[in-house]
Design a protein around this ligand. Structure first.
Ligand SMILES: CC(C)(COP(=O)(O)OP(=O)(O)OC[C@H]1O[C@@H](n2cnc3c(N)ncnc32)[C@H](O)[C@@H]1OP(=O)(O)O)[C@@H](O)C(=O)NCCC(=O)NCCS
Length: 453
């Protein structure tokens, strides 16, 4: 595919300067008018924007009337994420399908319900005739979330009842999207790998008997082979990324866009656009790339001082992408700990030992230990910073030999379940378009004619 380059011209640069000087806000005004930046207060508590029964995040306790940060807790439909994951892991099942059922319908499935839900998902795991050839293989992109959004928006054209927002129809669309996201992501990657990177092309069909995690590995690998531990850990990663309250950036986007009465494909494409950002779902790639740099730049990985100095360079915009961030650390709501990172970490250690990556794991451990203190020295910390789920997910994906291009799509394959549950909750309960306010702080000007400007 021929590249299409449009350059920023000097004229555009000077227009940017004009825009900057007329749009930069005096930060003190946020305090003056009590406007919550990022719709959160300094303790990370979000502005209350809605009610949900789908999940709950706890990051603070009230002790003697005071708000105190606490260990993070996450509940899916009232069930603690620790107990949920322990439940299916102990009983030797893959969790994706069961937890998706819980999030969508609000109750844990019994054996019969689970079997029939698995069958529905397998039946829905099909794309329109020639969709892969006509859509996925055409104009491949280097970014798989872009490919995924394009596929989602094109599925609208194939759906003869695309605009019907009645609940049964929306459920049908959501179940289909949940089922085909792994195919769209993996095939999108194969197209990119073939047409842009010049590698061999192969397309493996999913096996209806397999779980979502097993099918991802089967479709991705040339020999379709994977171990049980690999599929178990990928399944766990998907469950941990499936849902995170109504306020996270992409789910809130789903609520906002759904509230306008638009179709499912438009709402999901908007959520994908949000997820792509490096401060949201795009963080897991950044973590792995950042660690590649740390491994190159830091000579002694056991030397806390040397590792710490590199972390300071990251914060001072002197290293890696010069954005001043230590990726995988911090969270908009959690402070002391992110329960998803804690659950994941136990398995990461196991996998790292099996894959001979114990030295890497030790380096991750050091960064996890040192970064909160160093961020606190360099930034204003009100609520504490700790490792988030993406600190470990990228590392796990690298041990599973997933290409980096598929890291954020793995998040999307999981989070489409949460988006679907929230879209249905919005449709069931709300008939009001979401429309918050922005305060105008610009004075009114007298119009000046073109001649007088
Ligand atoms: C997730 C994130 C956007 C939350 O930011 P936030 O809501 O501003 O978090 P806090 O209020 O705790 O941050 C307090 C300060 O510490 C800074 N901070 C927080 N995490 C940081 C990090 N990982 N690296 C550098 N600085 C960080 C914030 O920028 C803020 O500084 P400021 O007041 O000078 O702007 C932020 O932690 C981040 O960018 N992390 C790295 C990206 C990442 O891993 N994202 C995945 C999230 S699941």
């Amino acid at each position: 595919m021929a590249g299409f380059k449009l350059k920023v011209t000097p004229e555009m640069e000077s227009l940017t300067d004009v825009c900057l000087s007329n749009s930069k806000m005096d930060v003190s005004l946020y305090g003056k008018y009590d406007v919550k930046r990022g719709l959160r207060d300094i303790n990370g508590k979000g502005v209350l924007a809605g009610l949900t029964q789908i999940s709950a995040i706890h990051s603070t306790d009230i002790v003697d009337g005071k708000v105190i940060p606490c260990e993070g807790r996450l509940y899916y439909r009232g069930y603690d994420i620790h107990e949920l994951t322990q439940g299916f892991l102990k009983e030797g099942r893959f969790g994706f399908e069961e937890v998706a059922y819980l999030l969508l319908f609000g109750t844990l499935p019994d054996e019969k319900e689970l079997a029939s839900f698995r069958r529905i998902l397998s039946e829905q795991r099909s794309l329109p005739r020639n969709f892969v050839r006509d859509v996925v293989m055409k104009a491949p992109s280097k970014d798989m979330i872009n490919t995924l959004s394009r596929s989602v928006l094109t599925l609208y054209a194939y759906d003869t009842n695309a605009d019907d927002t009645s609940l049964p129809n929306v459920l049908r669309q959501c179940l289909n999207l949940i089922s085909v996201f792994p195919m769209l992501s993996v095939y999108g990657y194969h197209a990119y790998n073939h047409y842009i990177k010049g590698k061999s092309l192969y397309i493996h069909h999913p096996d209806p008997k397999l779980s979502v995690a097993e099918n991802i590995l089967r479709m991705l690998r040339p020999d379709k082979k994977y171990t049980h531990l690999e599929a178990t850990i990928l399944d766990l990663a998907l469950v941990l990324h499936m849902e995170h309250g109504g306020g996270n950036n992409s789910t809130f986007t789903t609520h906002v866009v759904t509230s306008s009465g638009t179709d499912t494909y438009s709402a999901v494409a908007a959520a994908l656009g949000s997820l792509k950002g490096p401060k949201h779902g795009g963080a897991n790639i950044k973590v792995v790339k950042m660690f590649d740099e740390i491994k190159k730049e830091v000579k002694d990985w056991n030397d806390d001082e040397e590792v710490g100095n590199y972390l300071r360079k990251l914060l001072n915009r002197e290293a890696f992408d010069k954005k001043g961030l230590i990726y995988g650390m911090g969270h908009a709501v959690y402070s002391i700990s992110d329960p998803r990172a804690e659950i994941f970490k136990k398995f990461v250690e196991k996998l790292a030992n099996e894959k001979g990556r114990t030295k890497d794991f030790a380096l991750y451990n050091s960064v996890e230990r040192l970064a909160p203190k160093i961020i606190a020295e360099e930034r204003h910390i009100y609520k504490g910073v700790s490792a988030n789920v993406d600190f470990y997910s990228g590392f796990v994906y690298s041990m599973l030999d997933l290409p980096t291009e598929l890291y954020t799509p793995m998040f999307a394959i999981a989070r489409i379940v949460g988006w679907s549950a929230h879209r249905m909750e919005e449709l069931i309960n709300m008939d009001k378009i979401i429309r918050p306010a922005y305060m105008n702080v610009k004075s009114v000007e007298d119009y000046i004619t073109l001649e007088e400007r």
